[in-house]
Ligand binder design. Structure first.
Ligand code: SAJ
Length: 400
């Protein structure tokens, strides 16, 4: 079997490498020549634990090759980004471009699968595009949608062990796509249609966003009410049917802060809670920045000098080095807008940053007057609570 992956990013690359490890020939395509070179050297351009070795091994054994151009293959996977444009509207132009690139290589019996997070109806749209350009392939190829659901930082394990939802444009397509995933997935493969599979991915991330928004809303209420939100949630979760998530500095990353807009954009009247959750989670980051600025002003009024403020964490979630769409980074930028001098910025998971001069976390904690915890990294939890400092625990490091 020859498999072909269009898009060698955070999902395409690990999936391609895992498939190649099974002894299947994998041709990976990326528009970036640098990415293609790096992979063909057996190296990687993204950060993911364990991925380097898997790519190196599959390239060295000759099962995995990267290229700028697609080839003929039996299975074609579209794993390109679907960002949004303008007013949070999904942009499927990369999926379209990738589909057009494989179009000349499709032949009877091939399987075409979209993995990219996509608005409902995208797979049917691409099927239409394929059949309008290649009418002779009508009923002769298999077309399906299968979303990925791996957690950054644990991708290699989850790629193999997570259940997958697979939805074809017809039953034969679903079955054919399942055959492919069976080659490397140990989790269960659940059959459905393409529209449900597309909506399932958006639903999973929207569900998490809504649940986090609930926790964040509670944190705003508790701040006003003089209640410790961490204690409150812990107590409420003792109820056998309550399971509230943790509030934080907002919601970041490339998925949860993006995917819900794909539903809101197409169904604006119906998706009231989903839309509101996005607003609440965005507002939480703004609120944290305002709280920090207010604490700085109060300190200056009380002590007659400007405080030194430690910004603890820049990543989009604990214990990773990924700063993409990070609320912590947004907050840091916002509070440091007027001046840079009296800040110590900490991110223990990266060595250096092009904008922020980084300080060791223990040093920053020691030196600063105000400590703003934006991410609950494990290192921060080893620090001892210090009553002499103004501690803004947005991430629940001390849960006080
Ligand atoms: N967060 C909170 N409170 C919580 C949990 C998370 O504030 O209780 C914040 C995090 O700090 C972070 C954001 O939410 O800023 C997202 O982090 P995450 O760990 O919830 O999720 P991601 O973005 O790393 O990965 C998600 C996962 N989706 C779900 O858990 C439903 C993953 O399975 C998906 O594959 C991934 O999105 C994706 O690619 O769509």
């Amino acid at each position: 079997m020859q498999a072909q992956f269009i898009g060698l990013g955070y999902i395409g690359l690990p999936t391609a490498a895992v498939v190649a490890q099974k002894g299947i020939n994998v041709h990976g395509v990326d528009v970036n020549p640098k990415v293609v070179d790096i992979i063909n050297r057996g190296e990687i351009h993204i950060i993911e634990p364990g991925l380097g070795e898997v790519v190196k091994e599959s390239v060295q054994k000759g099962f995995f090759k990267a290229s700028l151009a697609p080839i003929d293959a039996d299975v074609h996977l579209i794993v390109v980004p679907t960002p949004f444009k303008g007013n949070h509207e999904p942009d499927i132009s990369f999926v379209e471009a990738a589909t057009k690139a494989v179009l000349p290589h499709l032949k009877a019996g091939d399987t075409y699968i979209i993995e990219s997070t996509s608005p409902v109806g995208t797979t049917e749209k691409m099927a239409k595009l394929i059949f309008s350009e290649r009418p002779e392939l009508q009923d002769k190829i298999f077309i399906a949608y299968c979303p990925e659901r791996v957690l950054p930082g644990n991708v290699l394990h989850e790629l193999i062990h997570n259940d997958r939802v697979i939805g074809g444009i017809d039953e034969a397509s679903t079955e054919k796509a399942k055959e492919f995933y069976r080659t490397f997935v140990q989790g269960e493969l659940h059959s459905t249609n393409a529209r449900t599979a597309e909506m399932c991915k958006l639903t999973e991330n929207s569900s998490r966003d809504v649940q986090i928004a609930f926790a964040n809303e509670l944190s705003l209420i508790c701040d006003k009410a003089g209640i410790n939100v961490w204690e409150l949630i812990n107590l409420a979760n003792k109820h056998p049917r309550v399971n509230i998530l943790q509030p934080g500095a907002g919601v970041g990353g490339h998925c949860i802060a993006v995917d819900p807009y794909f539903i809101v954009s197409d169904y604006p009247m119906e998706s009231q809670i989903i839309g509101k959750a996005r607003e609440i989670n965005n507002y939480k980051a703004f609120w944290c920045a305002e709280k920090t600025k207010t604490a700085m002003l109060e300190f200056q009024l009380k002590h007659g000098r400007k405080p030194k403020t430690a910004i603890m964490g820049l990543a989009f979630k604990p214990n990773i080095d990924d700063l993409r769409e990070s609320p912590a980074k947004y907050i840091a930028q916002k509070v440091m807008q007027s001046e840079q001098n009296n800040f110590l910025v900490v991110e223990p998971n990266i060595k250096e940053h092009s904008v922020f001069k980084l300080t060791n976390y223990e040093e920053a904690y020691e030196q600063a007057d105000i400590i703003a915890f934006l991410v609950a990294h494990d290192e921060f939890k080893t620090l001892e609570y210090n009553n002499d400092k103004v501690i803004l625990d947005f991430a629940g490091v001390f849960k006080r």
